[in-house]
Each structure stands twice: as C-alpha cells, then as structure tokens.
Design a protein around this ligand. Structure first.
Ligand code: CA
Length: 355
C-alpha cells in the first residue's frame, strides 16, 4: 500500500511546508516503469560558477511486477560510509529478475554532503545542511530542505518500507545497531521489531520519535514501516560492520518479500533489544578542552560512575573537570576525537527493553 504524502501535488496544506510546494527537483528515471533504471535527480542550483546548473543526486529504481515497495537510503549524513558501500554493492548486484515489487535506492541522499564527506551539506546557506533535521522539507528552501521535501512528496508515496542506513559519522562511534520507532499500531510495531531482529546486528534500539524533523519521525507520521541503523562510525568503514550490514539488509529484504523465499541468507544472530531514554542517558562535555574517556564502548556503567575528564591545554596546571554517568546502562555510543566543546555529547547509554 502506497501512502499519500499529502494532496495530489505533494503539498502539506496547513502543515509546515508552504502551499506552493511542487518539488523543483526533476528525476531522470520513471518510478512507474518496469526493469532497472539508473540516473540522477536534478536539483536546480544557480551559483556563480554555473548559472543554470543542477546538483546530481544518484537514484536507482528496480521494478518487477507485484510486491512490496521499498526505499533504501544512505548518505542522509555524508560522513557515514558503511551504508553507502552496502547500497552501491546492492545497486550493481540486484536485477529485476531477483526481486518482487519495487526497490528505489537513494545511496547518496544528501549528495553535496556525501561529496564533501561531511555530516552536513556545505552548499546550504549556513554550510551545515543536516538532512536528518530538515524534514518535512521545503520545495523552495535550501538544497537540503529541497531534498527532504522531494523524499516526502515524491519518494515516500512509493514506499511501504524504508531502510535508512546511518553510522555514527565523524564525531561518534556506535555498537552496530538497528533501530526503529514505535507508535500506537501494535501490528506495525511487531513488524518493525521483526525487521530490527532480522538485521541481526548486536543491538536493536527500540524507541519513540524524539525529533519529528528526522526521516524516522516523518515516516512514522505517514504510517510507513521504517528501520534505521547505526553501523559503527568514526568517519571510517569497518570491514566487520560492513559484512554485518550487507547480510542484514538482505535478510530484511527477504522478510519484506522483495527477495524470494529461496534466497539464501545466514540466520540472524541474536539481537539485544534496548531503549535510549531521556537526558539522563546522555553525557556531555562540561567544558572546552581535551576529553579523556574513562570507559569503552560496550561497558555496563553505574549511576555516578566517572565517565571521563576534560583537560585544559590552555591552562594545563588546572585540575581536569570530571563528568559522571547519571544512570546505569550500556555504553552504546561514544564520541570519537579528543577535542571537545562544552555541550558535545561524549557518551550515551541504553538500557534493556522490558519483556
Ligand atoms: Ca546519522
């Protein structure tokens, strides 16, 4: 079942998107056509060096008769690489005869950020266009807002399922995790959790929508089944995590019904289901300086346990400022890179889901 994103022209009248909101992005490929198509979305971009130019956003559509509609996305953040490699491999591998239904692959969703190897797009006005805080977007906004708007108005109406592959990016490292957001629909929740388990990553992060400007929050609002990942991070590509993610995506596509019953996948390893709660799960740098972590990723910590210390290269004789965990939990995410500013997240925890 395709979900309408709004009115027939994709507008959210009365919503946060402006009424005059037909996307200015055009597609070189036709999502209604059978077979395998590759091409670009063309995002109009008039700048000093190219007055009538467009920014290319690669897109692939593979379609073969009746079946589920799946949208696979990476490069939502440009410096999160495992998902990009996984989807580039999948694009070259998958042919229409291998699948049922339709798979749309957007491997470099925020293409200017992907080209720059940055979390955020350098071509937005502030040079920090964060696609995953730009939903539901704006047809007449910055390039990043235009991409978010295109995804909502033109791609989500073609999607029953979305897989959005993230990693920790340049500033964070995660225990490899799949994640989904729960809502009121018990059946949809069960299906989303089954997909998280099918991913077979060590951690399954089952949460609620905390920020409705995210892709996950938008998909949830539109009733589309959504699974995300945090595949490592640190601005690198880990061979082990890549292999886990490659298998996970194929297991999910088999469970969804895109890949046929007979498609061979290894059984999913056990996934520990966790939850990331409120502010007390997060630890932030208390001052500017150099952060010395006291614990590693994957450690089980206690309330009031020292988490790390900020040292002061500008006044090295000063005692370091020690910060503490506010609750017990598993260290699911840590900051990479030593230099911190007050307010930077240095750790966040997770706790086991009940039942
Ligand atoms: Ca991310």
């Amino acid at each position: 079942m395709a979900v309408a994103a709004g009115t027939e022209d994709g507008c959210h009248k009365g919503d946060t998107v402006m009424d005059e909101c037909k996307s200015r992005i055009s597609s070189e490929i036709d999502f209604e056509k059978a077979g395998k198509q590759t091409g670009f979305l063309r995002l109009p971009h008039s700048v000093h060096r190219s007055a009538y130019g467009w920014l290319p956003i690669p897109i692939v559509c593979i379609s073969n008769g009746d079946g589920p509609n799946v949208l696979l996305v990476s490069g939502n953040h440009g410096d999160e690489y495992e998902g990009q490699v996984i989807l580039m491999n999948l694009i070259r591998e998958l042919e229409p005869k291998h699948i049922r239904g339709r798979v749309i692959i957007l491997p470099a969703a925020n293409a200017p950020a992907v080209r720059a190897g940055r979390r955020t797009s350098p071509v937005d006005f502030d040079g920090e266009g964060n696609l995953n805080r730009a939903f539901p977007g704006d047809a007449n906004g910055t390039p990043t807002l235009m991409i978010a708007h295109y995804i909502v108005s033109e791609l989500l109406p073609h999607a029953d399922y979305v897989l959005d592959l993230h990693s920790g990016g340049s500033s964070l490292m995660y225990i490899p995790s799949a994640e989904t957001k729960l809502g009121d629909d018990v059946k949809m929740n069960a299906e989303a959790i089954a997909l998280v388990k099918a991913f077979g990553l060590p951690i399954g992060n089952i949460g609620e929508v905390l920020d409705d400007r995210t892709f996950a929050g938008t998909a949830k609002r539109l009733g589309i089944k959504f699974v995300g990942t945090e595949l490592g991070g640190g601005g690198t590509v880990s061979t082990e995590i890549l292999a886990m993610g490659e298998k996970g995506v194929r297991r999910c596509l088999k469970l969804i019904g895109t890949l046929p019953e007979g498609y061979a996948v290894e059984e999913a390893p056990e996934t520990r289901l966790v939850y990331v709660g409120g502010e007390d799960y997060f630890v932030y740098a208390p001052e500017n300086g150099v952060f010395e972590p006291y614990v590693k990723l994957g450690t089980e910590v206690e309330k009031d346990q020292p988490a790390g210390a900020v040292h002061f290269p500008e006044t090295p004789w000063r005692e370091p400022s020690v910060t503490h965990f506010k609750r017990t939990g598993l260290v699911l995410c840590e900051r990479t890179g030593g230099r911190v500013e007050r307010g930077d997240c240095v750790f966040h925890l997770a706790t086991d889901t009940e039942g």
